[in-house]
Write a protein that binds this ligand. Structure first.
Ligand code: NDP
Length: 466
């Protein structure tokens, strides 16, 4: 085989799938993995695609197998392994060879690595879509120098998911811009998943629906405004049967959810940016709380189970669907507003409409609504998404349902943290005269922090007598 057009390091779940995708699109690829047995297994199981793949046993062999100027994708765990791999690889490369970190790096690390690379090409790309996406078309969010992105764009465009023929691969900006957008994508994913899980909880505990009816309900919603990958798979998860016990799968899955960090990073960064993303924060907190199983069991023993069952006919599944529509708009609004804030803070000029477009296929949060979001953001990227006429109208039509769901959940002890924080965000966002005047009065009282007066004047103080 002639020299490969690209290389890849790390043949785990994502790397192996991405390498097959690259080969499947007709590119010759050289691969290397820390554990050689995995490289050999990968090559042996690559079927017809093996002809496009050069399996190498040393890093030097990998480098020698790739045409110059080289491009090598890293698909190893985020953090120290990426730094170690770069340190091991750089001395073997020419100055114009490119390293592409395609893992879920913290964008601060990508910023640092891009600066450390200096003029040597380095890209940080966020890849979404899980194993299936990596194999058959992920959504790709790129960061680094535009010229370096352009050098490999033909490969990334070819392997990316397509939405009506348009590749879901976009350069977002310099340095860690791609990994930042990927992190916010994951934050939105957390909130979207959490809201779906909360509605599932209301159907299970509040409406006493069985798993088959819940599955049917989700599947029905997948034909309406909520049409999305997450709704689709929620129906499939609810409808699946455990081969071992014959019970519904959801009955045998432990109710404790893990996280690998991107949701947490999004929340931490939102605090730095003073970006209000309460639904995403609530979703991250809910995962943390879910892990405290012993404490929750002790709490149930101590306080008793709340009377979860809702009165007959008080909430229909149509109301739940409408609540979820409102919740989804609010959580995407928060995510896009955070991206807009970061864009200003970091001087990135992040392309908001293109971000909505790149999420339309391949990634976990792909949904029918993103098409309209891309259009709304293209009309006016500076306007918050929930104020765009299309989404404002949807909120006007559905926020009452969100309110009824949150209210009934509260009355019956059903925890709905993401839905309720979405509702609180909505109410705060439509209240011209809020309550922070009291906060300012308190701050001035105990700390002489000063306040602005509604009738003019800044840095004023109250008659507190202290
Ligand atoms: P896996 O655990 O399946 O594979 C990890 C790979 O990295 C293995 O090939 C492993 O080699 C290699 N590796 C581990 N540690 C080192 C190290 N210190 N030095 C060199 N190689 C190392 O991980 P995934 O494929 O799931 O994830 C890879 C990246 O992709 C991560 O950043 C992850 O967050 C990201 N990602 C994952 C998604 C998913 O759905 N799984 C989705 C999107 C992004 P060995 O065989 O020797 O152990």
């Amino acid at each position: 085989m002639s020299k490969a057009e690209i290389g890849l390091i790390g043949l785990g779940t994502m790397g192996a799938a991405l390498a097959l995708n690259i080969a499947d699109n007709g590119f010759d690829i050289a691969v290397w993995n820390r554990t050689t047995a995995r490289t050999q297994d990968f090559h042996k199981n690559a079927g017809d695609l093996a002809d496009h793949i050069t399996a190498t046993e040393t890093l030097q062999d990998l480098v020698d197998a790739i045409a110059k100027p080289r491009a090598i994708i890293l698909m190893v765990p985020a953090g120290q392994p990426v730094d170690d791999q770069i340190d091991a690889l750089r001395p073997l490369l020419d100055d114009d060879d490119m390293i592409i970190d395609a893992g879920n790096a913290n964008f601060h690390d990508t910023n640092r690595r891009a600066r450390d690379a200096g003029d040597k090409p380095f890209l940080g790309i966020g890849v979404s879509g899980g194993e299936e996406g990596a194999r058959f078309g992920p959504s790709i969010m790129g960061g680094g120098k535009r010229a370096h992105w352009d050098r490999v764009a033909h490969i990334l465009n070819a392997i990316a998911a397509k939405h009506e023929g348009e590749a879901c691969a976009t350069w977002m900006g310099e340095e860690g811009a791609g990994h930042f957008v990927k992190a916010v994508h994951n934050g939105i994913e957390y909130a979207d998943m959490q809201m779906i899980a909360e509605v599932y909880g209301i159907m299970r505990d509040g409406l006493a629906m069985d798993d088959a009816s819940i599955a049917d309900t989700f599947s029905g919603w997948d034909n309406g405004p909520l049409k999305s990958y997450l709704i689709e798979i929620s129906g499939k998860v609810a409808g699946a049967t455990d081969p071992k016990t014959g019970k519904p799968m959801l009955e045998v899955i432990v109710d404790a959810a893990g996280q690998k960090g991107t949701g947490r990073w999004t929340v931490i960064e939102a605090q730095h940016l003073a970006a209000p993303i309460p639904a995403i924060e609530a979703a991250v907190v809910a995962r943390n709380l879910s892990s405290q199983r012993d404490a929750r069991a002790a709490g149930e023993d101590l306080f008793g189970t709340a009377p979860h069952r809702l009165p007959h006919d008080i909430l229909s599944t149509d109301t739940l669907e409408r609540a979820l529509i409102a919740g989804k708009i609010l959580c995407y609004t928060q995510g896009f507003d955070m991206i807009a804030k970061a864009s200003n803070a970091f001087g990135w000029a992040l392309p908001l409409p293109d971000i909505a477009k790149v999420w339309r296929a391949g990634c976990i949060i792909r949904s029918a609504m993103l098409d309209d979001m891309a259009t709304a953001l293209a009309e006016d990227a500076d306007r918050t998404l929930m104020f765009a006429p299309k989404f404002a109208n949807m909120l006007k039509a559905n926020h009452d349902a969100l309110r009824r769901v949150v209210a009934q959940a509260a009355l019956h002890g059903l925890a709905v943290p993401a839905l309720s924080s979405g509702l609180a965000y909505f109410d705060a966002m439509r209240t011209a005269r809020g309550t922070a005047n009291m906060i300012q009065g308190q701050r001035d009282f105990f700390g002489a922090h000063g306040f602005d007066r509604v009738d003019g004047g800044t840095g004023q103080h109250g008659p507190w007598g202290n």
